[in-house]
Design a protein around this ligand. Sequence first.
Ligand code: FAD
Ligand code: EPU
Length: 342
Amino acid sequence: MRHQVVLQENKSLREYNTFAVPATARYFIEINERDELQGLVDPQQYVPRPFLVLGGGSNVLFTRDFEGTVLKINIKGISSSAEQDGEVLVEAGAGVVWNDLVRFCVEQGYAGIENLSLIPGSVGAAPIQNIGAYGVELKDVFDSLEAFDILTGEFRKFTREECEFAYRDSVFKNRYSGRFVVVSVRLRLSTVFRPNSSYGAIEVELRKRGIQRPGIRDISEVVSAIRVSKLPDPSTIGNAGSFFKNPVLSDEEFNRLRKKFPDVVNFPMSDGRVKVAAGWLIEQCGWKGKKIGHTGTWMNQALVLVNHGGATGKEIYALSQDIIASVHDKFGVILEREVHIV
Ligand code: FAD
Ligand code: EPU
């Protein structure tokens, strides 16, 4: 069967990125069904390359127009297996809104992703940077995914090991950058709920609410409330969440830093390295809540760069360069961007 793609031209991307910066895609295709992807490699149809895969646009910054073809992934559907030994497999299309999947699982009593409540974006993007929040990362519940290979035109499965997940990282940001379109993701969830309130803020919020034995819904609600209090809502203030990763230092590097700055906020990792709070570093450099032209950092979270209205991607990118330089000058630490810069 022939899968005819419908190419739109000169499409504005302003509504397709949560920074709400202006940019245009030279070509734009909406992918609603898995098999439509085959149209992209059909020699009888001309689909200009390069491709840029887009979900909810909540982790990209456009600093220019895109001259190739944007693939907007809308593939829907959520299904789950029968329970076996206290586990269920839940599979969702890449175009499902991540938080809709979380809500579905919370309602069904499938535990494992309630700490990831309210993260914006799509299911298909979740493995790309191994989304994480409040003590849980996608990799903790990930079973496998199906992806379309733009190079060979074939579908293939990736196991958890093959995804090479790490903190805000996967094989799809490295060796396979730009090569695969995630089509669906399968999670292994538990029907037995054990709350994960290891992240300090969750305990504090549970105590405030007088909840001693939280259920799955409590954790989801508490995480959502913490997020709303700290992070700007992209529907009113353009942003892409944390703009930088928290830098991970070796034991030696960290001790050198702590000698000079004893208050440095940090999270020891299981492999002996130490994650340092980038928000703290940025705040200490005087950037928190500062407005620079149309852009700035968020008043409750210095790690989040924002568009106060009318900012361009170039302006936001320039601010990120200034922040990197000042954190480096003061602390000798190099911040790495988390957001995908186009
Ligand atoms: P997009 O921005 O559309 O794309 C992101 C990257 O994934 C791009 O490189 C894109 O090419 C690629 N991609 C997207 N879909 C596919 C696909 N189907 N196949 C292959 N590649 C694909 N992230 C966290 O980890 N934790 C948080 O707590 C968190 N909080 C946030 C809070 C706010 C307010 C905002 C705005 C963002 C936050 N983020 C967080 C970042 C963002 O929500 C996640 O990175 C999310 O997974 C991005 O999903 P998306 O669909 O919007 O991806
Ligand atoms: N802090 C400051 N000043 C700030 C911000 C933070 O001093 O302006 C310090 C505070 O001590 C705070 C600590 O840093 O207690 C940690 O802050 P927070 O709990 O907000 O978490 P984060 O490390 O800044 C990370 C993720 C978030 C995720 C939260 C919760 C990264 C890059 N960011 O932020 O993910 O939601 O933890 O788990 O790892 C995202 O990736 O877009 C994102 C929002």
